[in-house]
Write a protein that binds this ligand. Structure first.
Ligand code: UD1
Length: 350
């Protein structure tokens, strides 16, 4: 069986890693990189560190407004799908690369599988919410990471096409955690364990409005420990445009980290402050308290189990949330035990 994975943005490379490994000797697996992310630290390092085979195709679309970026991918993918004629197109998560590949595949009557199906924020301001809803409704096979995601799919009349496989990011996280521990990697910048926070901010709702970004930066700068701000290129360029200094007070601005370095930094941190989806879950899996600067989350289990607190409107509550008492320990496994990629391949082969 020939399976074609389409990826393009940083979190998709992380999800691709365990899938590519699980495909070995079970299916013919080809990879298309749309080129949505292209900086070395946003793309190449993930392929190297996570042992992902080099993409068979790279569309090199780069950055752009939603319509142009998605449309350019759509046109390029159609040609590749014509050439490869896969038995399945496999798409990941909720980026513009996901949606472009979904549209291209269904218009060509190629079976489409969506990994990380059924997540919902119910926030229609997020481009990702549209990407994931449209992709789920187009897909022939919905590979859901959690029971909550399965419930959303069922509520939308999609239960017949849905399979619960678990979360593939859990697979790669546990493997990387063990590798980093075995190598005894030093902590980034020689920091002492428990004496710093890790932060990432990149969502348009937090970065595009200068007053809001200014307030987030100001709240972070006043925290009681150094804050490693792993700056997405979008954050850097918008802060510069708005004249906002990112290296204020407690803040230490750094490049985005490679995946093993990120996991090592998070595991040794006193807490995570983020608007990323993946990082909320990674913090939970490493049992590090997380504070999420968003009004809602797709990974609701992190909140109900007490390891994630949402702060959005009242940003002056951020410091108290970050510096809160450590949550009650839990051994719950809402994201599975790290075997999801094999379940994905089983579902595709069946
Ligand atoms: C995209 C996804 C988002 C995901 C995030 C992970 C969409 C709509 N959004 O957001 O769901 O959480 O990836 O990081 O698909 N840029 C660079 N170098 C790069 C990539 C981007 O400089 O390698 C800059 C460009 O100025 C670009 C901006 O970052 O315009 C935004 O990139 P884009 O891919 O459009 O969206 P993300 O914010 O990364």
């Amino acid at each position: 069986m020939r399976i074609l994975s389409v990826v393009g943005a940083r979190p998709q490379f992380v999800k691709l890693a365990p899938i590519a490994a699980a495909m070995r000797e079970r299916a013919e697996h080809l990879i298309v990189h749309t080129g949505q992310h292209y900086d070395e630290l946003m793309s190449d390092v993930f392929f190297q560190d996570l042992g992902i085979p080099a993409p068979d195709f790279n569309l090199g679309v780069g950055s752009g407004k939603h319509g142009k970026q998605t449309g350019t991918m759509l046109a390029g993918l159609e040609e590749i799908f014509e050439e490869v004629r896969p038995d399945w197109v496999l798409v990941y998560g909720d980026t513009n690369s996901t949606l472009a590949a979904a549209i291209a595949a269904v218009k060509m009557h190629i079976p489409l599988a969506h990994l990380e199906a059924g997540l919902r924020s119910f926030n229609r301001r997020m481009p990702e919410e549209h990407n994931r809803v449209l992709t789920d409704h187009a897909a022939d096979l919905l590979l859901a990471p959690t029971e909550v995601a399965m419930r959303h799919l069922s509520n939308e009349g999609l239960a017949d096409r849905s399979v619960m496989v678990g979360d593939v990011m859990t697979d790669v996280l546990f493997q990387t955690r063990d590798t980093v521990a075995a190598r005894q990697d030093p902590i980034y910048r020689g920091l002492a364990a428990g004496e710093f926070y890790v932060s990432t901010i990149h969502r348009p709702d937090n970065t595009d409005e200068p007053e809001r970004l200014k307030q987030i930066v100001s709240e972070l700068s006043r925290l009681d420990k150094p804050v490693l701000l792993l700056a997405h290129p979008r954050l850097r360029s918008l802060a510069e445009d708005h004249g906002i200094a990112l290296d204020d007070g407690a803040l230490e601005v750094c490049e985005p980290l490679a995946y093993p370095q990120l996991i090592n930094a998070v595991q040794n941190s006193a807490g995570v402050i983020t608007d990323s989806g993946g990082l909320q879950k990674e913090a939970f899996l490493l049992r590090v308290p997380c504070t999420t600067i968003r009004p809602e989350t797709e990974w609701v289990e992190t909140v109900t189990l007490g390891w994630n607190v949402l702060v959005s409107k009242n940003l002056d509550e951020l410091a108290a949330a970050v510096q809160r008492k450590r949550p009650t320990p839990t051994d719950a496994t809402p994201y599975g035990t790290g075997q999801a990629a094999q379940a994905v391949v089983d579902a595709l082969l069946n």
